[in-house]
Design a protein around this ligand. Structure first.
Ligand code: NAD
Length: 294
């Protein structure tokens, strides 16, 4: 297997301009990190509300840096200016990479990716930040699958060092090399992995969530489980992590994993997370999940 460094060496050109689709938890974070590291980025959403949220998150993170003396106010202005919020595809024809970070729904992603491909240069890389959906499956919507790969960031984007770059059956070396170089430029550690539902990290993480769901079904108190995991040394337990990820995203991703690995990952009961979703408790994003947030 090639290392990220040797992939980067193969990158034939630098990513100078980027775009991200979706200004939610992940899209907003990707826009912030890209701009912070000097790559201007367009941030597209379908709702002005989404764009406002993405920008206000970036604003919060930058203000913290300034108040800690780690950044000047001028630099903060520059970073914010290099995030270009938009509700249209205007200017997408001049970007080198587009990272799709819309909802974890295969149908929505197929439609969004096919639409985006029409607005970008034939040479641009199109990448998906999907948590679980197979890259080969997503590529079925595309006319240029060779330019397509996964670019899977972790939450919160500014703090988590890893990015999985996922290679589909038709992904070209060029697309992988440019995506690895962009991840490195963003200050991340890229790892190139093969395609399957959940890729590498979520193949490990989702059985853990399933174990948590079974414990709760069997009567365990979710707060007690969280406390034990924290005492064990993890930064947070599974219930709190579910709230951070987004209950909706977690439920959709669990569905993809169950479909991909039905013998091991299909739950034969309704999980606490699914009940939460039915009751519109989406986690930190709407202030209520396993826990309440004010
Ligand atoms: P989110 O719900 O916070 O944000 C999704 C955003 O996409 C919303 O602002 C929505 O308005 C926008 N959107 C929906 N349809 C769109 C379209 N057609 N065009 C442009 N924008 C559109 O979701 P999120 O947590 O940021 O997740 C986004 C993606 O990232 C998902 O695929 C998810 O699996 C993946 N991901 C999430 C996490 C996490 O911890 N939340 C971690 C890694 C990867």
């Amino acid at each position: 297997a090639k290392t990220a460094k040797s992939w980067e060496k193969k990158a034939d050109k630098k990513i100078a301009r980027a775009a991200v689709l979706g200004a939610g938890i992940m899209g907003g974070g990707i826009a912030y990190q890209s701009s912070l590291k000097g790559v201007p980025i367009k941030m597209k959403d379908i709702a002005q509300e989404g764009l406002d949220l993405g920008l206000s998150e970036a604003n919060k993170l930058l203000s913290k840096r300034v108040s800690r003396g780690r950044m000047t106010a001028d630099k903060m202005g520059e970073v914010l200016n290099n995030i270009d919020p938009t509700l249209t595809y205007e200017g997408f024809d001049s970007v080198d990479i587009v990272v799709e970070a819309v909802v974890e729904n295969p149908k929505v992603k197929h439609a969004v990716l096919a639409e985006t491909e029409k607005h970008i240069s034939p040479d641009a890389v199109l990448a998906s930040n999907t948590s679980t959906i197979s890259i080969d499956f997503l590529a079925e919507a595309l006319e240029r699958p060779e330019n397509f790969c996964g670019m899977h960031f972790f939450n919160p984007v500014h703090a988590m060092p890893l990015v999985e770059v996922i290679r589909g059956a038709k992904t070209s070396d060029t697309a992988i090399a440019r995506t690895v170089a962009y991840a490195n430029r963003m200050g991340k550690k890229a790892v190139v992995v093969n395609d399957c539902p959940g890729f590498l990290v979520n193949r490990v993480l989702f059985p853990y969530f399933d174990g948590f769901s079974k414990l709760v079904r069997d009567g365990a108190d979710f707060q007690a489980v969280d406390k034990v995991m924290e005492r064990w040394g993890w930064p947070m337990g599974p219930a709190y992590l579910s709230d951070v990820v987004g209950i909706d995203t977690g439920v959709h991703a669990a569905g993809v994993m169950a479909e991909g690995f039905p013998d091991r990952m299909k739950m034969d009961f309704k999980t606490a997370t699914e009940t939460m979703y039915e009751n519109d408790r989406l986690g930190q994003k709407n202030g209520k999940g396993f826990y309440e947030y004010v």
